[in-house]
Design a protein around this ligand. Sequence first.
Ligand SMILES: [Zn+2]
Length: 183
Amino acid sequence: MAQRMRPAKRRMKMTGSIKEKRVRTGFGYDVHRLTEGRKLILGGVEIPYEKGLLGHSDADVLLHALMDALLGAAALGDIGEHFPDTDDAYEGASSLELLRAVSKILFCHGFDPVNVDVTLVAQAPKISPYKEKMRENIAQALNLSLTDVSVKATTEEGLGMTGAGLGMKAYAVAVVTERIEKC
Ligand SMILES: [Zn+2]
């Protein structure tokens, strides 16, 4: 990394006007309640399970945390501001569609995602068979390669609300670079 930085710094000294791409980090967190009679959608994948997450949209907790991390990296607010749950337009909305919209918002403000890392906290069901499809969905929506998208899952060892199966949580980190040119 240090070696890669050197030429840009040298250029900056010579011209005094070429700006280096700024790297920024964002963090996101979300929680949804589990309830009967709802589909379970995580990372844009429908997962067979006896319960689903409750919410105005499809309640994809994993993508919600990710969108907040991306918006946070760009200091562009949060998903509640961009897609208010009081707006009927977002009732039952696909969070994968909303992720595509966030990707466009970032692009227009001059931000390009570099890599993202998401951790889902859920006692059940087992997520591992669906992780690759989630990574693909996210990579496609953000125009990233698979290797730049990490999806992990863990439990809280039966403790707390996730342990009791009352809900699921997700944490996400996103790194973006800032372009000089905007839309
Ligand atoms: Zn949410």
